[in-house]
Design a binder for this molecule. Structure first.
Ligand code: ATP
Length: 233
């Protein structure tokens, strides 16, 4: 579905992503893990057309999207949950969700029902301003909003950031449920343990290069990954 080949992205003389190859197949959850500054956000932003590739190609559903503007990328079926959520705080929960349905090709009612049935709190709070929600509720809203347009691929930048463990599991279980219903997911996580628990495959990034990749379970069992990213257990 998504094919990244030899991608380099640089800020002036410093390249945050260097010759990265990455594939996301239909129906997979793929995790990018790595420390602060590994290049995860830069990679996600490059797929979205928010950062220009210096070299390499990004292909989505067979189309070369490397130089596409963000709006065209989103219209083609990729949506994003940015780091820090990007909520419109002064708009209501429902208005945020309706905004997310902007690129929906038909009736977004069934998707709204689905979101409300999984996160009833969003239904209860639908007339409340998004800025008044708790951090965990805002993350539920951010993810729900990204799914309202029924994208083919969703990119999530640090979905578990600043969430309590109960919320982290709830969010990941929702992603697994959406995967069962046909969604494909690429996410970046510093919480490698959770990411590898729920993902199908993973890529370990360090200083802009891929240092390891493979099935999530295999990475979670790898002594080097355990030492460097899973707290040495
Ligand atoms: P984090 O989890 O902290 O966001 P990350 O793995 O997502 O980390 P990036 O945010 O992609 O990493 O950053 C990779 C490198 O690029 C870092 O060294 C960072 O300082 C640098 N960088 C990121 N954005 C910019 C920018 N706009 N200008 C200059 N350097 C940047």
């Amino acid at each position: 579905m998504l094919n990244v080949e030899g991608l380099s992205v640089c800020y002036g003389p410093i390249c945050a992503v260097r010759k990265i190859d990455l594939q996301v197949r239909p129906g997979e959850i793929v995790a990018l893990i790595g420390a602060n500054g590994a290049g995860k956000s830069t990679l996600i932003n490059a797929v979205l057309g928010l950062q220009r590739a210096k070299s390499g190609t990004i292909t989505f559903l067979g189309q070369d999207i490397t130089r596409w503007k963000t709006e065209k990328v989103v219209a083609a079926g990729i949506s994003v949950v940015p780091e820090g959520r990007g909520m419109l705080a002064d708009m209501t929960v429902l208005e945020n969700l309706q905004l997310g349905a902007y690129h929906h090709k038909g009736d977004y009612g069934p998707m709204l029902e689905k979101v409300f049935s999984y996160f009833p709190i969003l239904n209860d709070r639908k007339t409340q301003k998004a800025g008044t929600l708790s951090g965990g509720e805002q993350q539920m809203l951010a993810i729900s909003r990204a799914l309202m347009g029924e994208p083919r691929l969703v990119l999530l930048d640090e979905p578990s950031l600043a969430l309590s463990p109960a919320y982290v599991d709830k969010i990941f279980r929702f992603l697994v449920e959406m995967k069962r219903q046909g969604l494909t997911i690429l996410l970046s996580e510093q919480n490698a343990r959770k990411a590898l628990q729920y993902a199908d495959r993973g890529y370990v990034l360090d200083l802009g290069v891929t240092v390891m990749e493979g099935p999530a379970r295999q990475l979670a069992d790898d002594p080097e990954v355990r030492r460097a990213y899973l707290g040495g257990e």
